[in-house]
Design a protein around this ligand. Structure first.
Ligand code: HEM
Length: 288
């Protein structure tokens, strides 16, 4: 009985903000993929069907832009919550890659090959999760930069050479395929197949999964460690006010720049219908 209760014991894993941010990312990324890939593979039969379901190419292109707005604002919000935790709460950024991650990776390989009896005890975020997180950051940056170029092609070529637009299109489409495949293969395997891990929705993880993937963090929590170590509340309250003022000013500025970037140019929004012209060839030139 005691064993069963121990098994069911849950440990804190994700804050409410992190869970909200993940939902925003999940929704925007899914919509962007569903509306982006049929445009990349426009000739494929599945594209025609999907575009038809979504109300035609004009609608698909507009939905892609609204979802892009959601992804960009969600990413900006993530930067603010990260800055708050690191600058105000003085939390240690446990998502940063460290030398110990390389050691954990090496020990995991040795364990999988049977050279090490026990797997390594890993911290709050193990090396695989850290790599995945930084790949998302890097991938989102590429998508946002190239996406804005495709959105404002004329404005972009005021500053950069014209070849940048086809280059941006190739990078945007290629990175999209890479991102979708890595989510479907790597992420889904880790959170649904290897074991069901719903901690990003529920906020907590059961003991056996903590033991397997975050042994060091489990030890820390069980010896009374704070799930989110930071500053004491009275000191925090003073710093919080200053941060709030700065972040309201900064986020208003970012919003203004975003709205400007999202509405600056209409060139690449209207789908130009294919022009079919009758070509007149004078008989005199056709007969030698
Ligand atoms: C990570 C999420 C994203 C995915 C998976 C994605 C996917 C795609 C794909 C596959 C295409 C078609 C490329 C081609 O034809 O070769 C596309 C086009 C485009 N994307 Fe994205 N995209 C994402 C994010 C963004 C963002 C953040 C923006 C804007 C800031 C953006 C703006 C655009 C624009 C303007 C086009 C051109 C489509 C058109 O002409 O209407 N995308 N996207």
């Amino acid at each position: 009985m005691a064993d069963k209760t121990e098994k069911q014991q849950q440990f804190p894993r994700f804050r409410l903000m992190a869970r909200i941010e993940h939902i925003v990312l999940l929704v925007s990324f899914t919509v962007l993929s569903i509306t982006g890939l049929p445009q990349k593979y426009i000739e494929a039969p599945f594209s025609e069907t999907m575009i038809g379901w979504m109300g035609g190419i004009e609608a698909v292109r507009m939905i892609h832009r609204y979802a892009a707005f959601m992804l960009v604002t969600g990413s900006a919000f993530h930067l603010f919550t990260g800055a708050y935790r690191s600058l105000v709460k003085k939390e240690r950024m446990r998502i940063m890659l460290r030398l110990s991650d390389a050691r954990d990776l090496w020990d995991t390989i040795r364990h999988n090959l049977g050279f090490l009896p026990e797997p390594p005890k890993m911290p709050k975020f193990n090396f695989g999760e850290k790599i995945e997180y930084w790949a998302v950051i890097w991938g989102t940056a590429v998508m946002v930069i190239t996406g804005f170029m495709l959105w404002n092609p004329i404005a972009t070529t005021f500053i950069l050479p014209g070849q940048i637009i086809p280059a941006a299109l190739a990078a945007h489409g290629g990175e999209a395929v890479l991102a979708v495949l890595s989510i479907l293969i790597w992420h889904m395997y880790n959170v649904l197949l290897k074991h069901r891990n719903f901690s990003i929705f529920t906020g907590s993880l059961p003991r056996h999964q903590m033991e397997e993937e975050h042994g060091l963090e489990l030890e820390r929590l069980e010896t009374g460690g704070d799930p989110w170590p930071g500053m004491s509340l009275p000191v925090l309250q003073k710093r919080r006010r200053n941060f709030l003022i700065i972040s309201v000013i900064l986020s208003s500025l970012i919003m203004a720049v975003l709205v400007w970037l999202f509405t600056f140019e209409q060139t690449a929004i209207t789908t130009i219908p294919r022009v079919t012209r009758e070509v007149f060839v004078p008989l005199a030139t056709a007969v030698p």
